[in-house]
Ligand binder design. Structure first.
Ligand code: ARG
Length: 315
């Protein structure tokens, strides 16, 4: 079911099925990372400006931060000719089906079907908006197929733009999907995903070019808390966020726009890995019981991404 207005929403997170939080992190090595073209506002003026050695050290720092907070990191090698492949949040949407669906649909349904409803682990493949990134997707298709995930290709085959976890985000611990659209993802992709997964999806419209993916202006922390930059949302979108999260921590404009403070990741419900220098955001996080872990992603910010985009969470 797709929701766009608060008036149509008569439930909270408690009414959504419980789903375990992902316990694994996927990252893609940065040896081919660069800014070679401009497909978002942050990349303008940055072609040829990436220091690859520094990028490698920063990438190692992000990886270490995940490992030190207890999240094992699995690595897919970057491929030549794909300077944005390092942003591995974008090519897929990993799915963990809630127990009730998994059991209910069980053995009675066609066991051989690759997309039968009884599979607990699935991965929706993206259809990248920019041509330059389209052929990154097969690398992650292979990764998830090898990991015994059922790979769902419907959005790709329908040729409808969808950029995975850059725009689609699971509500922590719940069978509820947040769906950003406006720059990259075509909202029609969410109709296809809903048909495949039968999941409540709340759409959020984005219209500020600095915040071209949902993950640039919203960071879900745990079931009750999120970080967000209000200016990136229509007022009704921000009201919907406040309906589902008990606390929405407002990120100041400078930290959101220049430091990608919302492009942080809280994988374990406690540690928040975040671009260093996001002082006010970190102060607020501490005040709400979270532990910020600051890392430098400066080279990756030249391409329009920070911590969140540099990893994928899966089960
Ligand atoms: N240069 C990449 C692009 O424009 C950056 C992607 C960042 N990823 C993200 N999830 N925000 O596609």
């Amino acid at each position: 079911m797709i929701y766009r207005d608060l008036s149509a929403i008569d439930f909270g997170t408690q009414a959504c099925l419980a789903v375990p939080r992902p316990e694994r992190v996927l990252m893609t090595t940065p040896e081919h990372f660069d800014v070679e073209y401009v497909i978002n506002a942050h990349m303008a003026g940055q072609i040829g400006n990436v220091d690859r050695n520094l990028a490698r050290r920063q990438w190692d720092g992000v990886r270490r931060a995940f490992e030190e907070t207890g999240m094992p990191v699995t690595v897919v090698d970057g491929a030549e000719g794909f300077p944005d492949m390092v942003f591995c949040a974008n090519q897929t949407l990993p799915v963990r089906t809630p127990e009730r669906t998994a059991q209910g649909a069980g053995s009675a349904q066609g066991a051989g079907s690759a997309q039968s409803a009884d599979s607990a682990h699935r991965a929706v493949l993206s259809r990248m908006y920019a041509l330059q990134r389209r052929l990154e997707v097969p690398y992650f298709q292979k990764f998830f197929a090898d990991a015994d995930y059922d790979v769902i290709e419907d959005v790709t085959l329908a040729d409808i733009a969808f950029e995975g976890m850059g725009d689609a985000m699971w509500h922590p611990g719940r069978w509820l999907l947040w769906g950003g659209y406006g720059f990259r993802t075509n909202p029609a992709a969410y109709d296809i995903i809903d048909r495949q997964l039968d999941v409540p999806i709340v759409l959020l419209y984005l219209d500020d070019p600095d915040f071209y993916h949902l993950d640039t202006c919203l960071c879900v922390l745990d079931e009750d808390h999120a970080l967000a930059f209000p200016g990136a949302f229509e007022s009704c979108g921000y009201d919907i966020l406040k309906h589902f999260f008990k606390v929405v921590i407002e990120v100041p404009e400078r930290e959101a726009r220049e430091l990608f403070a919302c492009n942080a990741t809280c994988a374990d419900g406690k540690h928040v890995i975040i671009q260093e220098g996001s002082t006010e955001t970190c102060r607020q996080l501490r005040a709400h019981g979270f532990t910020p872990v600051e890392v430098d992603t400066g080279e990756f910010m030249k391409s329009g991404g920070s911590v969140y985009c540099m990893k994928q969470l899966f089960w």
